[in-house]
Unconditional design. Structure first.
Length: 162
């Protein structure tokens, strides 16, 4: 069951992609005392993720940050090599934070996991976005239709942020 508004992000470690390589970071360091927009997606280099979901957040980065957001985080169940290559290929490296949830630990902990084995992807994240303030979820947007990034996209997030 997906995490709900009012819930606290579970405490665990994830892999953050940096210019210098992968770096382990706790969810506490990522979310506590800060306002963060987090969006999760099924996979780096997949069509909807690469053409629709991620680009909106990169293009609207400054506008989102201007609304009091400290950081924009993109999470996918991919290893850190794939996430870094994707961040570089999309021009997103250094603009938003990419998290390689390689073992789906955070994805499962927040109830956003899905078995996409039928499509050859295995365990992945559903498409979503959320606002996390001081470690607590204040908004959750689950994408209803496959192949779309509207409910969880940057335009919808901008409306939520006011």
């Amino acid at each position: 069951m997906p995490i709900e508004v009012g819930a606290t992000i579970p405490s665990l470690n994830v892999i953050k992609i940096t210019e210098d390589g992968p770096a382990e970071i706790s969810t506490g360091a990522l979310f506590d005392g800060r306002k963060v927009v987090l969006f999760g997606l099924p996979g780096a280099f997949t069509p909807t993720c690469s053409l629709n979901h991620l680009p909106g957040f990169i293009e609207n980065r400054d506008t989102i940050l201007a609304k009091g957001v400290d950081e924009i985080v993109c999470l996918s169940v991919n290893d850190h090599h794939v996430m870094k290559a994707w961040a570089q290929a999309t021009g997103g490296l250094g603009k938003i934070t990419f998290i390689a949830d390689w073992d789906a630990a955070l994805t499962e902990a927040v109830g956003m996991d899905a078995d996409l084995s039928a499509g050859g992807l295995g365990l992945r994240s559903i498409r979503y976005s959320m606002i996390v303030e001081d470690g607590k979820v204040t908004a959750v947007n689950l994408e209803e239709k496959r192949g779309e990034a509207t409910t969880s996209g940057a335009a919808a997030m901008l409306e939520q942020l006011g």
